[in-house]
Design a protein around this ligand. Structure first.
Ligand SMILES: [Mg+2]
Length: 359
C-alpha cells in the first residue's frame, strides 16, 4: 500500500471561556494532515499551536515534511519514520520539525491500523481495552478559590478519580491556600496532580513540595524548566511525592538522558513533542527498562491507544480542546476511557465542523 497524496488543513477552534495555563488561551489551532493511498484508504494525524500564533510557519513545515512520504510503502514504518526525519531535522530537532513529522507519523499509524482492520492500541501492543483518565482541563490559574471548589466538586460528581490544578502564578501562600481549598472540596480519596508549568527554582520546588505533601498531592509536574536535569533530580531525591516531567521533551535520545539522571519519577510523553507514535512507543519501552510508569499528554484521540498498548501505562490526560472537530470525541466515563474497537484510532473527523473552523 503506497501513499499517493497528502493534504493539510489549518483550523481555529475557539475556547468557550478563556483560561490561564502556561499562557492565556483563547483558541486552539489543530493542523490536520490527511494521507491518501493507492488502495482508496485514508487516515489523519494532527499537530497544533494555539491563539492563532505561528499557524502559517507550522503548516509550511508540515507541508514540507508530509510531501516526502508520497510514494512510500506504508508498512515500512521504521523506514517511513527515517524518511520524515531527514527533512524534519533540517527544520528543528524539537519544535516545528519534530511536530510536523509527528503529525504525519500519527496519520500513518492510524492508516496502518485501518488497513489491518484493528484498533491502533491492539496493533501497538493491546495490553488493555480501557485506560484510567484524570481531569486536566479545569482548575486553571485565573480561577477564584470559590470557582476552584465548585469545579473540583463537580469533577468528582462526574466520576473523575483524579484532578489536576496549576500553581506558580500566585504567591506561594496563595498557591497553598488554593490547594487546601481543592482538597477540602474533593475530600481525602481523590488524587490531586499539581502542574507548575516550569516556573519555580529548584529550591522553591523543594520547599513548596514539602508543604504540598501535607495535602497528599499525587504528583508534582514540571516544577522547573525540563532542560535542568540536575535540578529535577535534586527535587526528585528530596521529595516523597513523584516528580513528573517530559511533556516538552523531543526524541528518545533526550528522554534517555532524563531517565539516566533520574530527573523524573514518571515519564510524561507527548505524542507531538516526542516525534509521533513511533517515537512514543520507543520511549515508553525505554521507560519500562528504567522501571518508570508512563503518562500521556494531550491528544486524547491517540493517547488512549498509546497508554492502552503498553504494560507500564499509568494515566491518560483528558483535554477536550479540539473535540469540536470530531464526530464523536473521546468521552471519559467513571474514571476511564474505553478504547474504540473500530479500525484505526476510531475517531472520525467531522468534515462540516472542519469547514466552519478552517482558517
Ligand atoms: Mg503539564
Amino acid at each position: 500500500m503506497k501513499i499517493t497524496r497528502v493534504e493539510t488543513t489549518a483550523l481555529s477552534v475557539p475556547v468557550e471561556r478563556s483560561f490561564v495555563g502556561s499562557v492565556k488561551f483563547n483558541a486552539f489551532n489543530p493542523i490536520v494532515v490527511d494521507v491518501f493511498t493507492d488502495e482508496g484508504l485514508s487516515a489523519h494525524g494532527l499537530t497544533m499551536v494555539f491563539n492563532g500564533m505561528n499557524v502559517k510557519p507550522l503548516k509550511a513545515c508540515l507541508d514540507a515534511v508530509a510531501e516526502t512520504i508520497i510514494g512510500a510503502d506504508v508498512f515500512r514504518w521504521a523506514e517511513n519514520w527515517e524518511t520524515l526525519w531527514k527533512t524534519a531535522r533540517r527544520i528543528g530537532h524539537n519544535g516545528f520539525g519534530v511536530q510536523s513529522m509527528a503529525a504525519v507519523d500519527m496519520a500513518l499509524w492510524n492508516l496502518r491500523a485501518k488497513a489491518l482492520e484493528m484498533p491502533l492500541s491492539r496493533l501497538l501492543g493491546g495490553f488493555r481495552d480501557e485506560v484510567p483518565v484524570y481531569a486536566s482541563n479545569y482548575l486553571w490559574r485565573d480561577r477564584t478559590i470559590d470557582e476552584l471548589q465548585k469545579e473540583a466538586a463537580g469533577l468528582v460528581a462526574e466520576g473523575f478519580p483524579a484532578v489536576k490544578m496549576r500553581m506558580g502564578w500566585k504567591s506561594h501562600k496563595e498557591d497553598i491556600a488554593r490547594l487546601a481549598a481543592i482538597r477540602e472540596a474533593v475530600g481525602p480519596d481523590i488524587d490531586i496532580m499539581v502542574d507548575v508549568l516550569w516556573v519555580w527554582t529548584t529550591y522553591e520546588s523543594i520547599v513548596m513540595g514539602r508543604e504540598m505533601e501535607k495535602y497528599g498531592v499525587y504528583w508534582l509536574e514540571d516544577p522547573i524548566p525540563s532542560h535542568d536535569l540536575a535540578g529535577l533530580s535534586e527535587i526528585a531525591r528530596s521529595l516523597d511525592m513523584p516528580v513528573v516531567s517530559g511533556e516538552d521533551i523531543s526524541l528518545k535520545r533526550n528522554f534517555r538522558e532524563m531517565f539516566e539522571r533520574k530527573a523524573t519519577d514518571i515519564a510524561m510523553i507527548d505524542v507531538q513533542a516526542v516525534g509521533g507514535v513511533t517515537e512514543w512507543m520507543r520511549v515508553a519501552a525505554m521507560a519500562d527498562a528504567f522501571n518508570l510508569p508512563v503518562v500521556s499528554h494531550l491528544f486524547d484521540e491517540f493517547s488512549i491507544h498509546l497508554v492502552a498498548a503498553i504494560p507500564n501505562g499509568l494515566w491518560t490526560e483528558h483535554m477536550p480542546w479540539w473535540d469540536a472537530i470530531y464526530q464523536e470525541p473521546p468521552q471519559p466515563e467513571k474514571g476511564v476511557m474505553k478504547v474504540p474497537q473500530k479500525p484505526g484510532i476510531g475517531y472520525e473527523l467531522d468534515r462540516d465542523a472542519m469547514a466552519r473552523f478552517k482558517m
